[in-house]
Design a protein around this ligand. Structure first.
Ligand code: ADP
Ligand code: AMP
Length: 214
């Protein structure tokens, strides 16, 4: 099963993608997590990506596409994967289609997690991320067991630089300009599925599973 998660930054793509990946034992591929790991490790890619990410801008397509195409050719992707944060532009979606077509495959579902802009800033300012293992929490909705400490790996959790309100507004604009057109793109392909992301996490998850198992 090959699934794309669509939605505004903070809509809950990553939260749901992790659960889907666990349920179906398929990898969760988050381009944001890959970039953050590169930044943490001080790689050339990380240095380049950081300049865009800190401003709430998209990393250029040419730095993203090969990364993902190489990743989904790895052995653990044989039964599918959940893509989270990719594609984010029409050229990325076209590149993904081209790469999949070349190996006789295609995306099964593009799940759009719909959350209005008015909810997003609160979601993002409450988000806390573990930059060590990628786990995500929310101060009110999904708190850690011990304040400030990741439940999974025990590292400190932080407010991401790009989750500060001034950057979030920029990210929302970028989302509407460059990523939202993908909703039309996947609607035309007949694989777009919508879920109401304002519901609580478990309800959103149930709605997604109902779609995948229909
Ligand atoms: P995205 O991957 O789309 O950027 P996340 O999955 O990281 O978004 O979710 C953004 C924030 O909102 C996180 O702090 C997360 O814990 C919280 N969150 C996710 N889903 C819900 C939900 N259904 N209700 C309330 N908060 C949520
Ligand atoms: P995310 O963790 O998905 O919210 O992504 C964080 C940031 O990483 C984004 O705001 C972008 O700067 C960058 N990024 C992640 N995925 C992509 C992508 N597919 N294309 C371009 N930039 C990306």
């Amino acid at each position: 099963m090959k699934i794309i998660m669509l939605g505004a930054p903070g809509a809950g793509k990553g939260t749901q993608a992790k659960r889907i990946a666990d349920k179906y034992s398929i990898p969760h591929i988050s381009t944001g997590d890959i970039f953050r790991a590169n930044i943490k490790n001080g790689t050339e890619l990380g240095k380049k990506a950081k300049t865009y990410m800190d401003q709430g801008l998209l990393v250029p397509d040419e730095l993203v596409v090969d990364l993902v195409v190489d990743r989904f050719k790895e052995a653990d992707c044989a039964n599918g994967y959940v893509l989270d944060g990719f594609p984010r532009t029409i050229p990325q979606a076209e590149a993904l289609d081209t790469a999949l077509t070349a190996i006789g495959e295609s995306v099964d579902y593009a799940v759009n997690v719909e959350v209005p802009d008015s909810n997003i800033v609160a979601r993002m300012s409450g988000r806390r991320a573990c930059l060590n293992c990628g786990a995500t929490y929310h101060l009110e909705h999904i708190p850690t067991k011990v304040e400030g400490i990741c439940d999974v790996c025990g590292s400190e959790i932080v407010l991401r630089e790009d989750d500060k309100p001034e950057t979030v507004l920029n990210r929302l604009k970028v989302y509407h300009d460059q990523t939202q057109p993908l909703i039309d793109y996947y609607t035309k392909k007949g694989i777009l599925k919508e879920v109401d992301g304002t519901k609580d996490m478990a309800e959103v998850f149930d709605a997604i599973i109902a779609i995948l198992e229909k």
